[in-house]
Design a protein around this ligand. Structure first.
Ligand code: BES
Ligand code: MN
Ligand code: ZN
Length: 494
């Protein structure tokens, strides 16, 4: 953790970082006044292994020189560079290095490597100790200043750092416990972001939820003393950027269940612990909106819908056997109150389709334990039947390292969600194709013809390992993926 990470083009560095490949050839020259002569000996030390992120250091009268391994030259990519920079970032955390100089490595465009380095160091600066109190002591973090003689690399660093700070917003919201982060608290955070960034915020709650037929939110949130709401954040392009003819918005939807007890279908065997993370889809969407407003500024509108509710238990809980009639007329027999995410998302999807005239819809949700069984924490599962949206997402995934893997949709899966009583059941008692059932259910709430992607982040929204640029806790997964996807769309202006 750093107190801050900043770029200063005129800083006088005391530490220089140089990169080298596994073949012990340097990939970047030491910045002045460091000389390449010091390097030969360092590269031959036993600690400079062939691994990505191997480190050798030397303290010279003019300052400290650190050489960082990039692994095999032919496998070098922005992903490897992020890993290498995270390794040296971890070392810098313990050094109180102050200002450091970096030189871009061969084999990548400097704006691309700068961005990867900025993202890595920015993610590493996130403070996991937000809720530590007076019984915790530790070393005070310091300000890290980055400099370089390469302008494109510096621009990339600044871009990457801003991207990371948006992901860090999502992580801090995710880390916030459910006694603080209620649905209305999430709405307050959204309003605050909108004030800071010139976006607009609307919160639909109370009787307005019923008036708008947002029955999923009203029912899932009914048992809690912390009332549910639909949070709508809108980005509009600044006047000179806006196109002549009005553009359809890209709509981002986030599952924002601030706590998931399972409801009357109560979670058992410790399955409830950690369910503060059930809001991480919404947190990621809010983080992405910050990146949209501060960094990407697309020439088309972007609308975020956060479906926020606490799935709690009381005598006024919604129950298994209840039948709900959704905004689009589809009726749902509740078979399991723990399949609540799809109910609140159904509201947001209906709203997006009939109130926003969307160019496309992307939803992010910690929807199923089944996707964790299927893909672990390595990939998010995703579904998308639109070739063009699929391409945009997969390219953004490649560029950011936020990995997604497409799973199938088929009418047979949709048939599994049919109810003998109503149109649909919200959960089939068998667990066949479990993560696909959730998507099949959601598909009934998306109008045909609107490109839609559903991303199930249940396996990737948090991590338990201290690795790369992440520490145990929320990862902010989806912020960089969505922001990058919108950046690519902005360039193409589809
Ligand atoms: N929020 C959970 C899914 C989840 C599980 C997220 C583990 C993160 C980690 C979701 O609301 C849920 O309870 N899903 C059930 C669905 C079932 C009752 C149909 C599940 O996956 O078991
Ligand atoms: Mn649940
Ligand atoms: Zn849930």
């Amino acid at each position: 953790m750093f107190k801050s990470v900043r770029v200063n083009r005129r800083a006088r560095p005391k530490t220089a970082i140089v990169f080298a490949f596994a073949d012990r050839r340097v990939a970047s020259r030491p910045p002045k006044p460091f000389s390449p002569r010091a390097l030969a000996e360092m590269l031959n030390r036993p600690e400079f292994t062939e691994e990505v992120g191997a480190i050798a250091e030397k303290v010279l009268p003019i300052g400290r020189l650190i050489v960082v391994g990039l692994g095999e030259r032919k496998a070098f990519s922005p992903a490897t560079f992020r890993t290498a920079v995270a390794a040296v970032g971890r070392r810098l955390r313990t050094l109180a290095a102050g200002a450091i100089a970096l030189t871009p490595p061969d084999g990548l465009d400097p704006s691309e490597s700068g961005r990867a380095a900025g993202e890595s160091l920015g993610l590493l600066s996130w403070d996991p100790k937000l809720y530590k109190g007076s019984a915790t002591t530790g070393r005070a973090p310091y300000d890290l200043t980055l400099t370089s003689s390469n302008e494109k690399f510096l621009d990339g660093l600044e871009f990457g750092l801003t991207m990371a700070s948006s992901a860090n917003l999502a992580r801090s919201l995710g880390q916030t416990p459910p006694n603080i982060a209620t649905p209305m608290w999430m709405a307050e955070q959204a309003k605050q972001l909108c004030e800071e960034t010139n976006m607009t915020c609307r919160v639909i709650s109370g009787e307005e939820l019923a008036a708008e037929s947002l029955v999923g939110l009203a029912n899932v949130g009914r048992a809690s003393a912390n009332p549910p709401c639909l949070i709508r954040v809108e980005y509009r392009p600044p006047a000179p950027k806006a196109q002549k003819k009005p553009q359809k918005p890209v709509v981002l939807i986030g599952k924002t269940v601030t706590y998931d007890t399972g409801g009357l279908s109560l979670k058992v065997n410790n399955g409830m612990v950690g369910m503060k993370g059930d809001k991480d889809g919404g947190c990621a969407v809010l983080g992405a909106m910050r990146a949209v407003a501060e960094l990407i500024q697309p020439p088309f509108p972007v609308v975020a819908l956060l479906a926020a509710a606490e799935n709690s238990v009381s005598s006024d809980s919604f129950r298994p056997d209840d039948v709900l009639t959704f905004r689009n007329g589809v009726t749902v027999e509740v078979t399991n109150t723990d399949a609540e995410g799809r109910l609140v998302l159904a509201d947001a999807l209906c709203w997006a389709c009939d109130a926003e005239n969307p160019a496309c819809i992307i939803d992010l949700a910690t929807l199923t334990g089944g996707v964790v069984t299927a893909l672990g924490s390595t990939y998010a599962g995703y579904w998308c039947e639109d070739d063009s949206l699929r391409k945009d997402l997969e390219e953004a995934s490649q560029a950011t390292g936020e990995r997604i893997w497409r799973l199938p949709m088929h009418s047979e899966y949709r048939d599994m969600m049919r109810s003998p009583v109503a149109d649909l059941i919200n959960s089939n008692p068998n667990r066949h194709a479990h993560p696909i059932q959730g998507t099949a259910f959601l598909s009934y709430f998306v109008k045909t013809g609107i490109p839609w992607a559903h991303i199930d982040i249940a396996g990737v929204h948090k991590t338990t390992v201290d690795k790369g640029p992440y520490v145990p806790g929320p990862t902010g997964f989806g912020v960089r993926l969505l922001a990058e996807m919108l950046r690519r769309r902005s360039r193409g202006t589809k």
